[in-house]
Design a protein around this ligand. Structure first.
Ligand code: BTN
Length: 321
């Protein structure tokens, strides 16, 4: 059922405004005209505007502004990520939901919600997730040791950077998990895992991207340090295109991550970094360290040159500058 629906949407999207008859659709999809009609009705009930012109056929007028699996998949060019997409109008948190299904889910399963009621950020902070954003979690099952799981936060950041560049923005990466545009946070990444001592069972890579909404709608305490894609561009962007681009870029980096030494991705991260070269303060629950950020380590940590000349690898913490 779902595959035929995806094929139907693809077909309707390719007619460039010209009607396509029920008979043609039936032939291409190898289904009866009654089934074609049923699929059309089902799409219409989901918010697709499909004009049916008697004797001529169907024209797809508009699609709903939501990240429905069949819509995302209709133009998706990935092999692993997004072959299974679980879509919700609202969830408490896509990461929390992803963790409930991760064990039995295929690698690359995506959980996406139009809004989150209890979106989570790092260190127990809330993540405000109104409609118009992209709140998405991806289930990954790499054969890695837990110590290297932080690398995936960097991988996620690289993919977001490429997708933002492709729509004309100039993003940079703030260690450990922020993507910035014009010095303001546009995306946060929350990487969580289930693991044994020497083996990761699964990773949930949660990406929160401020897309089509106004920064003014965010709570006052985060407003100044945040931005959204639509505010930066002065226009709304196609969320479906953005999510497809994100999944594609993430898959490319993920394949690289699984098959090549990590150094190359580290270099790429440094090339896009806003943090390296800066004097920073790292705050962890147990200490505060000041120094100059001079690199990224193989475990995804930040290499700090302290003011006494010694170096220290910081694995996690809040980075202030
Ligand atoms: C941060 O910067 O603190 C990380 C924010 C991560 C937010 C995303 S939105 C999708 C996924 N689900 C969550 O509850 N959190 C992550």
């Amino acid at each position: 059922m779902e595959n035929k629906k995806i094929e139907l949407i693809r077909l309707l999207s390719q007619t460039e405004g010209k009607p396509i008859s029920g008979e043609q659709i039936g032939r291409k999809l190898e289904i009866s005209r009654t089934m074609v009609w049923k699929y059309i009705q089902s799409l219409q009930s989901q918010g697709y505007s499909i004009i049916s012109s008697p004797g001529k056929g169907y024209i797809l007028n508009s699609v709903p502004d939501s990240l429905l699996p069949e819509l995302v998949q209709a133009g998706l060019t990935t092999d692993i990520l997004g072959t299974d997409i679980r879509h919700f109008m609202e969830l408490e948190s896509t990461n929390d939901y992803a963790k409930t299904i991760a064990r039995d889910a295929h690698e690359g399963t995506v959980v996406v919600a139009e809004a989150q009621k209890k979106g989570r950020g790092r260190k127990g902070f809330d993540w405000v997730s109104p409609q118009g954003g992209v709140w998405i979690s991806i289930i990954l099952k790499p054969s890695i040791v837990p110590a290297n799981a932080s690398r995936l936060t960097l991988v996620g950041g690289l993919a977001v950077v490429d997708s933002l560049k492709s729509i004309g923005l100039n993003p940079s990466l703030k260690w450990p998990n922020d993507v910035l545009v014009n010095g303001k946070k546009i995306c946060g990444i929350l990487t969580e895992m289930e693991a044994e001592i020497d083996r990761v069972e699964y990773i949930v890579l949660g990406l929160g991207i401020n897309l089509n909404f106004n920064t003014d709608t965010l709570p006052e305490e985060i407003r100044d340090g945040s931005t959204t894609i639509s505010d930066e561009l002065g226009t709304y962007v196609d969320r479906l295109d953005f999510v497809r681009s994100l999944l594609y870029n993430l898959e490319q980096y993920y394949i690289h991550f699984k098959t090549q030494p990590f150094e190359e991705l580290m270099e790429r991260w440094i090339d896009s970094s806003d943090t390296i070269g800066r004097n920073v303060r790292i705050v962890t629950p147990s200490k505060m360290v000041d120094g100059r950020a001079i690199g990224i380590t193989l475990s995804g940590g930040l290499l700090l040159q302290k003011h006494d000349g010694s170096t220290e690898e910081i694995m996690s913490g809040r980075c202030i500058y």
